[in-house]
Design a binder for this molecule. Sequence first.
Ligand SMILES: Cc1ncc(COP(=O)(O)O)c(C=O)c1O
Length: 331
Amino acid sequence: MLVDKTRVQLCHGRTPLEFLPNLTRSLGGPNIFIKRDDCSGFATGGNKGRKLEYLVADAIAKGATHLLTTGAVQSNHVRQTAAAAAKMGLRCLALLEDKVDVPTDAYQHNGNRLLTDIFGSEVKTYPAGTNMAEVVQQQVSILQMRGFVPYVVPMGGSTAVGNLGYVSCAEELMAQAKEQGFDIDHLVVTTGSGGTHAGLLAGLLALKSKTRLTGISIMGTHQGQTDLVKRQTAETLELIGAGDSYDPGAVRVEDGYVGASYGIPTDAGLAAISRLAREEAILLDPVYTGKAMSGLIDLVEQGRFAKSDNIVFLHTGGYVGLFAYADTFLK
Ligand SMILES: Cc1ncc(COP(=O)(O)O)c(C=O)c1O
């Protein structure tokens, strides 16, 4: 086992690795598989559950009374952090920056925002452009003055500790592919705050795997995202004692699928959502996985993979966001 750090159990265990026959057929190959982290079994699923298992264990070890985190109004990460706090008997303070220009009632009140309330988190919302690092510091001080012990979960849970969840996922995935009797040539994942990408890459490098990992950016530029993932991969490898496996050349990022900006749906992303729903009965989301799947489909159509390749798309969840963007689909 690559990771021997303490974790709490939030997710059910291994998530399924499934073949997508209809998408594979309609694209005319390569073979497309999906790793279902949308089915983690924790608070409607998604990639933050694996990270939070390690982050919450760290928080508890430090005597935390509160999890404090930040994100956009429709953050999946904030929703899952609120749920993790609820399950572990901690309090959650969510500091939301209203930075995505979707001025609908559904965006402001439904989807992840609604579930964050239902999981019992306290929520404070700030206008776009607020210095959120300063806000976090202020709120930490206020809680400390009241005698509480806040634990800050950074945006997306992307720290070396959080990324351990995806080191374990890489190991789990490689074992599943072996059991199913195939080699994974390419793994494709959404990359945002970078930790899922970095954790997976750290796991693949530590395992000396030949699988090539590509992150489809939903936010950063090629340079910015590559630098972010490089730094986090190096830190994560250090934490598991495999620093000498680091290979900066293994960080691959595609940044052509972001569209206007983070959180603003693209036509190709919406088409990918409809396609996966109608061909495979799988729900993607408008902010992350829809854009990433549109990237995968485009790379296939550009002939970037051999027809005989086995490609795995890591589904990082997020379908709750569909309800926040209902107006986009009902147009
Ligand atoms: C559904 C979904 N997919 C992908 C990501 C990106 O993961 P990371 O922030 O680790 O890059 C997020 C982050 O919030 C997410 O909510």
